[in-house]
Design a protein around this ligand. Structure first.
Ligand code: ADP
Ligand code: MG
Length: 245
């Protein structure tokens, strides 16, 4: 078997008396979409926070591109190509689209020796990054607060593409979206997969999970209780794994 793109081995994480994760092992290959399913409190967000550098595991090993890694913080993960889109999206509402693509990594230029943000370059590169996404954004100088949920989600995905993410993690990406916008996000996930990105996709929506994933991993009370290739799985079986019994 080839080395996975990303692997979490025997991960444990406790919060006080709560075992959020107990001996969880998880792998992701390049060009693979893995859905992480499970009831509220199952440990899904905790697992992706460990994979995206928000906090370290209490025990266990994280491996990336064949090597053990210790991620100090989310910026560290992002620098290595692990991008995460959280439920709340983490876009800056009052900044325009270009600025959001560059958030925290703004290109600078010098004016009379003084470093200033290169806004024109940000907009040009943002336009290029978003062109491929076909999300019908006519203007990039509007604050993102004026945009729809689907457009915001697409900008977050555009940011990941622009920075050449190898792993894209999405926590409930379609939860707050209307149906056409959900379709667009699902289509984007498909095109990322084709370009070799590994995608981890958390969702409560079984239709989305079956639509877009290659494999389904089910967590229950912090334990990996089963995984199935999506094409061999059926919804009843996944729900049974999620609720137990
Ligand atoms: N920062 C935290 N502090 C204390 N408890 C937490 C924290 N994050 C998660 N937990 C607990 O860990 C368990 C798993 O939570 P979480 O990973 O958010 O589950 P999910 O995303 O599957 O709903 C829950 O019991 C939750 O209350
Ligand atoms: Mg969660």
């Amino acid at each position: 078997m080839t080395e996975p793109l990303l692997e979490a081995r025997n991960i444990y994480k406790r919060f006080g008396g709560v075992h959020a994760l107990e001996n969880v092992t998880f792998r992701l290959d390049a060009g693979e979409v893995v859905a992480l399913a499970g009831d509220n409190g199952a440990g899904k967000s905790t697992l992706i926070k460990i994979i995206s550098g928000v906090f370290p595991p209490d025990e266990g090993e994280l491996r990336y591109q064949g090597e053990p890694v210790a991620l100090g913080n989310p910026q560290d993960a992002r620098r290595r190509g692990i991008e995460t889109i959280y439920q709340d999206l983490a876009l800056a509402d009052n900044l325009d689209v270009g600025a959001n693509i560059f958030l925290g990594r703004e290109p600078m230029r010098r004016v009379f020796g003084v470093p200033v943000m290169d806004r024109r370059r940000m907009r040009a590169e943002a336009a290029h990054a978003l062109e491929a996404l076909d999300i019908g954004l006519d203007r990039l100088d509007r604050p993102v607060r004026a945009l729809s949920g689907g457009q915001r989600q697409c900008i977050a995905i555009g940011r990941a593409i622009h920075w050449n993410a190898r792993v894209l993690i999405m926590d409930e990406p379609t939860a707050a979206l209307g149906v056409p916008e959900q379709r667009r996000v699902i289509a984007l996930i498909r095109s990322l997969k084709l370009s070799g990105v590994g995608v981890i996709f958390i969702s409560h929506n079984l239709a989305d999970i079956f639509d877009v994933s290659d494999r389904i991993v089910v967590l229950r009370r912090g334990v990996n209780v089963g995984e199935r290739p999506t094409r061999e799985a059926n919804a009843d079986e996944i729900v049974r794994l999620m609720v137990g019994g």
